[in-house]
Design a protein around this ligand. Structure first.
Ligand code: HEM
Length: 243
């Protein structure tokens, strides 16, 4: 317990916590992206996958609370580091050679808060289905299940209806302003990821003069891949590649 407190109190400890929680959040993004791409396999595949995720309430809520705790540690450590950074260098912006580090951490804080705002919209939109999005709750359909891992974990029954996440996604992104909000949100995610991965490499001590260009390229390629993968879903609906 004492060691954990010491870790939280030291700025180096918080950098390690940022790297570890950032990596876990990044892993969630990759899994979520793989799930989203199921939209290209058709309604049954996506809807069965969504059913599997929500099949066991205890697992769903355990996962949600775990993710929330990880996100809170990441945001709290990030914001306290930025504030300490600014307090330690009140005149940083007047000195060109010290500009880079505080400016990078400030843009990370701003893009991170923007991402949190997008996430709040996203959860109200698809998970809570607040306000006019309540119409999604009425979208249900039967699922034609193939024998396989999803059917073994979360069986679906013939003749029963399940939430039609595919129809919800198509309905949502047929509205251009919603697709634009998502393009902006995943754009922020890509920006935050590209810088965040580079910081993580530095904290882990992997960044040297020799590895720096390669790691920088890797972070940018990963961020671009996440952007293109995430954005492909609203784009596919908007341009009627899927309907
Ligand atoms: C175009 C991009 C995205 C699409 C199409 C998308 C799609 C979805 C859908 C359909 C759900 C609801 C699943 C269901 O009700 O079964 C969902 C939930 C969720 N998404 Fe996304 N998402 C996108 C981007 C993101 C991003 C960038 C993040 C985080 C950085 C994110 C985080 C979440 C979270 C935390 C949930 C809630 C899971 C739960 O119910 O506990 N999503 N997303």
């Amino acid at each position: 317990m004492k060691t954990l407190w010491q870790l939280v109190r030291s700025s180096l400890g918080r950098k390690y916590l940022m790297a570890a929680t950032g990596f876990l959040l990044f892993s969630f993004v990759v899994i979520h992206l793989a799930g989203n791409l199921k939209v290209f396999l058709g309604a049954d595949d996506l809807n069965h996958y969504a059913h599997m995720l929500k099949h066991r309430a205890w697992a769903l809520w355990g996962f949600r609370l775990g993710l929330l705790a990880i996100a809170l540690v990441h945001v709290t450590c990030g914001l306290t580091l930025v504030l300490e950074n600014r307090r330690a260098r009140p005149h940083a912006y007047a000195q060109s050679h010290t500009i880079q580090a505080p400016l990078a951490s400030l843009t990370m804080a701003i893009s991170g808060l923007g991402l949190a705002a997008f996430l709040a919209f996203h959860l109200l939109h698809f998970t809570v289905q607040a306000g006019k999005f309540a119409e999604y709750a009425e979208m249900r359909s039967p699922i034609a299940a193939e024998p396989g891992i999803m059917q073994a974990i979360a069986p679906v029954e013939a003749g029963k209806t399940y939430p039609d996440v595919y129809a919800m996604v198509v309905q949502a992104f047929s509205t251009p302003w919603i697709a634009i909000v998502y393009f902006a949100g995943v754009g922020l995610l890509a920006f935050h990821l590209s810088h965040g991965l580079q910081s993580m490499f530095q904290t882990m001590g992997w960044r040297s003069d020799a590895t720096r260009p390669g790691l920088m390229r890797l972070a940018r390629i990963v961020a671009l891949a996440v952007f293109l993968g995430m954005a492909s879903v609203p784009a596919a609906v908007l341009f009627e590649w899927i309907r």
